[in-house]
Design a protein around this ligand. Structure first.
Ligand SMILES: [Fe+2]
Length: 205
């Protein structure tokens, strides 16, 4: 299969605190990752296997950039579809999990923003199927520090390109705005889907 860039209403319309220009510039990067994963996937079958090497090889370079481009697509899709103008609050099982694992929504948001200040790429709030609980994970690039067995529920882009046009280097201002636009309907749907996976020690059997 080949990837196609998805469309998101918020890109053209903008959101309060995130201008259409900011979101359009950001969306353009996502389109670039879509092109690159298709290019890499097309080249992979013909890569030279005889020169395989951990220092430099055509195959190695394709494999390394494959996860970079793929996660560049997937994480941006979680991010853009996770934005909404009016967001309300979490509900259902996800609301209970935020209380159980993080002491309520206010503490959860404080931790999200704090991890967001630490990250050089992404924050993933996800369901760790191995321990059946929710955690925050930090990525410094699309494919650096990506945890295994974690299903993303809320994905925050902390690269400067996500906010530089609207906020300059004021990441804290961007994070405050981001929290106001978290699409809790989408997050709840993701959580309810994620809990259908095998949980606990059986995940690695
Ligand atoms: Fe981004």
């Amino acid at each position: 299969m080949t990837y196609q860039a998805k469309q998101y209403d918020c890109i053209a319309k903008g959101l309060e605190g995130l201008t259409p220009r900011q979101l359009q510039q950001h969306y353009g990067l996502y389109e670039g990752y879509v092109k690159k994963i298709n290019e890499i996937d097309a080249k992979m079958p013909a890569a030279d296997l005889t020169s395989a090497n951990a220092t430099y090889a055509e195959l190695r370079e394709l494999q390394v950039e494959q996860t970079y481009a793929l996660n560049g697509v997937v994480l941006h899709e979680f991010f853009f579809s996770g934005l909404v103008e009016k967001n309300g609050e979490p509900s259902g099982e996800l609301a209970r999990v935020i209380d159980r694992d993080h002491g309520g929504l206010a503490k959860w948001a404080d931790r999200l923003k704090a991890v967001g200040k630490c990250a050089r790429g992404w924050v993933i709030f996800g369901l760790n199927t191995r321990d059946a609980a929710s955690h925050f994970y930090l990525l410094d690039f699309h494919n650096v520090y990506m945890p295994a067995l974690v299903i993303p529920i809320i994905v925050l882009d902390t690269y400067e390109h996500a906010y530089m046009i609207d906020y300059g280097t004021n990441r804290a201002g961007y994070l405050d705005t981001y929290v106001k636009h978290i699409n809790w309907v989408a997050a709840t749907k993701r959580w309810d889907r994620a809990v259908g996976w095998t949980m606990g020690p059986a995940t690695t059997e």
